[in-house]
Design a protein around this ligand. Sequence first.
Ligand code: DP6
Length: 338
Amino acid sequence: MMNVSWSAPSNIALVKYWGKKEELQIPANPSVSLTLSECKTTMNLTLGSSKEKKLVVLFEGKEKPSFIPKIEKFLSLITDELPFLRDYSLTIDSENTFPHSSGIASSASSMAALALCLVDVEQEILGNKHQDFFSRASYFARIGSGSAARSTFAHAASWGEYQGLGHDQRAHQVELHDQLKDLRNKILIIEKGEKKVSSTVGHSLMTNHPYAQARFKQAVSHWQQSLELLKRGNWDELGPIVEREAMALHAMMMTSSSSYMLMKPQTLSAMERIIAFREKTKVPVYFTLDAGPNIHMLYPTSCSVEVEQFFNDQLLELCQDRKFIDDKVGEGPVKNAV
Ligand code: DP6
C-alpha cells in the first residue's frame, strides 16, 4: 500500500487557451494564467494490490462511478510513460474547496492534483528525485486537461510554444512582480451548474473557425505583452489586455459554425457596471471570463475597500443566490501529510 496526498489550485487565464493544434491538448496558441489560492482540489491517492477493482473513484468520500471513464481514459494515455500503473489498483479520493456545480471548472485543479500524486508515487517507486518534479506533473496534467498544465506552479504560469519560447507539452512558472502578487480575484457566481457546451467542444469549433488565424495571432501578441507586463508589475496596461481576451474568447464562441453564447444578461450587466465604475473612479478593477457566465474581477489589494463597496452596492444582486468566492494569487500546489 502506498498513499500520497496533494492539494492543487485552480488558475485563471489572463490570455486564453482556446483551440488545439492536435489531440492531447497541444494548444493552438500560448496562454498565461494566475494561480489561485482558495479554489483548489485536495486529492488522496492510494495504490494497492486489489485484483478485483483496478480503479475506485471517490468524491467527498462517496463513490463516483460517473467520474471513472474520464480518469480511466487519462490513465490509459499515460501508462506507457508511468508503467507502474499496470501493477497496482488505484483509489482516488478528492474534494474541492469550491462548491460542486458552482460553475467553477474543477478539471484544472483536479487533473493537476492527480498528476502531482502520480509523479510523487513514481518518484517513491523509482527512488529518485525528479529535478523537474512540477514540470513533469504539468506534462501529465496537460494530458488530462489543457488548462491543468498551468496549475502546478506558484503565482503565474505560461503554457505553449511560440518561436522557440515556452513548450506545448508542459507549462512553466513565469516571473510575477511583487506588486502583482497581491492581486485579488473575486468570482461572481452568475449561474451555477453545467455549461451547455463543454470546453472540449468549444476548442474543436476553433478548427475551421473563420476567424481562427486572426484570433491565434492576437493571442500571441497578448501573451508576449502580458509576460512583460507581469514581470514589470504594470497592471494598468495588463488589465485592458485581460478584458479584451475575455471578449475575444466569447466572440469566438458566438461566431463559430454552431454558434453559442455562454454569457447571461447578468454577465453583461456586471461587465458594464465594472467598466463604468472604473471609468468614473479610476480604480483599476478589470474582469475576465472563462468558458462560462461567471465573472472574475481582478484588482490590487490596495483597492479592496472601494471594490468591496462597489461590489455590495452594484454586483452582489447579479450573483445567483448572492454567491461569490474571494480568491487571490496563490503559492501553488502543496503536498499534504498522510
Ligand atoms: C476558457 O482546459 O477546460 O478556461 O483541454 O479540453 O480539458 P481541455 O479544456 P480546458 O479549456 C479551458 C479553456 C479556458 C481558457 C484557459 O483556461 O486558458
